[in-house]
Design a protein around this ligand. Structure first.
Ligand code: SF4
Ligand code: SF4
Length: 81
């Protein structure tokens, strides 16, 4: 399925800002392997800001890996019609 057909959705009311999704995201992990990557200033596929997960839809590949690690099930993959 192509990237355009799926979308990661966050239930903001459930997210507790634990950051587990940030650490398991393969896109984030790949970025962090780049020695020039600045974690403080560059966007990541998913990050935590002000106690809430924030998805960057330009970077997120909707792979769904983070949805399996969220302790409160606040991340889901939605199929876009
Ligand atoms: S769906 Fe995949 S690429 Fe997007 S934030 Fe989750 S783990 Fe990262
Ligand atoms: S979306 Fe889930 S795993 Fe990510 S910060 Fe929120 S509660 Fe934690």
């Amino acid at each position: 399925m192509a990237k355009e057909d799926k979308r990661l959705v966050l239930a903001e009311e459930d997210c507790i800002g634990c950051g587990i999704c940030v650490t398991v995201c393969p896109t984030n992990i790949k970025q962090e392997k780049d020695i020039n990557f600045d974690v403080d200033s560059e966007p990541r596929a998913i990050a935590v800001d002000n106690g809430q997960a924030v998805i960057d839809y330009d970077l997120c590949k909707a792979c769904g890996i983070c949805t399996k690690s969220c302790p409160v099930d606040s991340l889901t993959i939605e199929v876009v019609a």
